[in-house]
Design a protein around this ligand. Structure first.
Ligand SMILES: [Zn+2]
Ligand SMILES: [Zn+2]
Length: 92
């Protein structure tokens, strides 16, 4: 075991954030809201409203998930690939 530097510990304790794939970093997304037809001569339409992205809570970033187990990745994990340290250990 090598001696860990403060820098490494910091990386291990910080989540790797990536642009939210749902809103592409905007923090808000357009939702489809079906409107019923009104008056009998209108066939109705799909309205769109802008709301907070549910995936990132309007932040625009999400914690990068491990591609193997889905757990949140630390910056340290991300430096070593797309899977978390637990999964990496299992792979050997
Ligand atoms: Zn989002
Ligand atoms: Zn994992």
């Amino acid at each position: 075991m090598t001696t860990m530097t403060n820098h490494v510990i910091l990386l291990q304790e910080t989540y790797q954030m990536v642009e939210c794939p749902e809103c592409r970093g905007a923090g808000s997304v357009e939702y489809d809201v079906p409107r019923p037809h009104a008056g009998g001569f209108n066939e109705g339409y799909i309205d769109t409203v802008l709301g907070d992205c549910e995936l990132c809570d309007g932040v625009g970033e999400v914690i990068q998930p491990c591609t193997a187990c889905g757990e949140g990745m630390s910056k340290w994990d991300a430096l070593h690939g797309a899977i978390c340290s637990d999964c990496r250990n299992e792979e050997g």
